[in-house]
Design a protein around this ligand. Structure first.
Ligand SMILES: Nc1ncnc2c1ncn2[C@@H]1O[C@H](COP(=O)(O)OP(=O)(O)OP(=O)(O)O)[C@@H](O)[C@H]1O
Ligand SMILES: [Mg+2]
Length: 252
């Protein structure tokens, strides 16, 4: 059955019934079923809020459903990344099997560093090859899910804001055309309401943070094109079985 047709930032059409389940406890309910297929979503938050684990769980849970996904890490090599997630998410016992099965692909820094080309001057970096490299990896794996961890790392190496926004816009358009549904992590302010101006480009914004002084972890869905999502602030915990989100405290 088809639902209402919506247009996303990348100009593509999606139906309300076409949802990609994150598999993260509590999130799919908040999203009224999942992320609308083809949406490019930023996971924004302060350091240590669980952005990387959130994005990894999304790829892992997809792999378990038979939906191939790629996790691109721009700051950790594959071996140390896997060690960290296996040490934290000890309930995810079949990571290696899913990798063998080619449902879960981790491309760590040893691979992604080739996406960044160093110019003749030490401060001069370029991302001209990045989008085509991402595209060819997605095609190789026939991935329908993707995570980029993190955008802030890419931003750090981009010379001027115009170049960065241009790259970001092209990236989101091309990912949309490939029908992948992506989570892209980004550093934001210390509090859960930390938000960057550029986030309007994305189809969705999920913000992770903590309540000042209490130590409670909280997240909210700031926007999700094509979904009648919850607007409240929800508490979450990081557990050996993944992120666990409890019901939003308030609905608007
Ligand atoms: N076993 C555990 N149980 C509960 N929480 C844990 C456990 N291991 C790690 N954590 C929490 O997870 C956080 C790391 O999660 P993650 O790497 O996903 O955060 P991040 O937002 O990506 O951080 P960064 O900004 O550094 O990239 C740690 O700071 C810690 O608070
Ligand atoms: Mg991280």
């Amino acid at each position: 059955m088809f639902g209402a047709v919506v247009t996303t930032s990348t100009g593509k059409l999606a139906t309300m019934s076409n949802r990609v389940k994150t598999g993260i406890a509590g999130i799919d309910t908040m999203l009224d079923g999942g992320i609308p297929q083809g949406n490019q979503v930023v996971i924004a938050g302060a350091p240590g809020t669980g952005k990387t684990l959130f994005a990894f769980e999304y790829i892992y849970k997809g792999a378990k459903l038979g939906e191939p996904g790629i996790f691109f890490s721009f700051n950790q090599d594959t071996e140390s990344f896997l060690r960290t997630v296996k040490d934290t998410l000890t309930g995810f016992t079949d990571i290696d099997l899913l990798i063998e099965d080619k449902k879960l692909v981790i491309l760590g820094y040893e691979e992604t560093k080739t996406f960044i080309q160093k110019g003749s001057e030490s401060t001069n970096y370029a991302f001209t090859g990045m989008i085509s490299q991402l595209q060819s990896r997605i095609e190789d794996c026939q991935a329908t899910r993707m995570a980029i961890d993190s955008l802030s790392y890419i931003k750090m190496y981009t010379k001027d804001p115009f170049e960065y926004r241009n790259l970001l816009t092209s990236l989101l358009i091309i990912l949309g055309r490939q029908h992948v549904t992506s989570l892209i992590t980004a550093e934001a302010g210390q509090e859960a309401d930390g938000i960057h101006q550029e986030f309007f480009i994305y189809d969705g914004v999920i913000s992770m943070g903590s309540v000042h002084g209490s130590g409670n972890r909280v997240l909210s869905i700031r926007k999700m094109r094509g979904a009648n999502h919850a607007h409240g602030i929800a508490q979450y915990r990081i557990t050996p079985n993944g992120i666990n989100v409890t019901t939003p405290q308030t609905q608007q």
